[in-house]
Design a protein around this ligand. Sequence first.
Ligand SMILES: O=P(O)(O)OC[C@H]1O[C@H](OP(=O)(O)OP(=O)(O)O)[C@H](O)[C@@H]1O
Ligand SMILES: O=c1cc[nH]c(=O)[nH]1
Ligand SMILES: [Mg+2]
Length: 211
Amino acid sequence: MRVHIADHPLITHKLTVLRDKHTPSPTFRQLTEELVTLLAYEATRNVRVTPVQIETPVAQTMGVAIATPRPIVVPILRAGLGMLEGMTRLLPTAEVGFLGLVRDEETLQPVTYAERLPDDLSNRQCFVIDPMLATGGSLIAAIDYLFDRGAVDVTAVCLLGTPEGLAATEEATKGRDVTIVLGALDERLNEKGYIVPGLGDAGDRLYGLAH
Ligand SMILES: O=P(O)(O)OC[C@H]1O[C@H](OP(=O)(O)OP(=O)(O)O)[C@H](O)[C@@H]1O
Ligand SMILES: O=c1cc[nH]c(=O)[nH]1
Ligand SMILES: [Mg+2]
């Protein structure tokens, strides 16, 4: 498993505002979109391209186009939806599949409540988006869905992660082509499975629903 942790002052600045408990939902949504666009630059570094010939006003030249089959972007509902617009802005031709997972806050196990993915992901590059990698349970479940359907590689883009979540994901995805791109690696999980210092419940902060 490859892990890339962002190291850029703009990303750290935007994450600082996102973490602040006084930041209201509209600003939180805007920053989430901006952050995913910055992280997507790194996450798409190995996107498959194919050579194309084009004509500029001056000469013929070779360039590249995103290869087919098209990549697929999979937001993990609910919080991952907040990253979709920023991701598809960089990959406008990507297909979008959906996975609805919610963590049981007692057991910390993910429960699947929605799934709308292509049946066959053979030879597809997949990008999973979810702001939080806490215990890793939700991301591992998402990665399993994708490889079970034939995905060749999965890149996950998360705003915050933990050492515990990374270790669990590494253990569960051994032998598979998995890359994780993080905005920041936080200190730890607390006794309730929340990321410390984290930003709280990403879904609630994006969409404003109380438990
Ligand atoms: O690594 P884990 O321990 O599995 O926790 C991370 C998951 O928790 C959050 O979703 P949540 O279950 O709160 O659902 P929501 O997006 O609907 O709020 C988050 O968006 C991840 O999907
Ligand atoms: O800190 C956390 C952990 C899981 N899910 C969240 O939204 N936040
Ligand atoms: Mg939540």
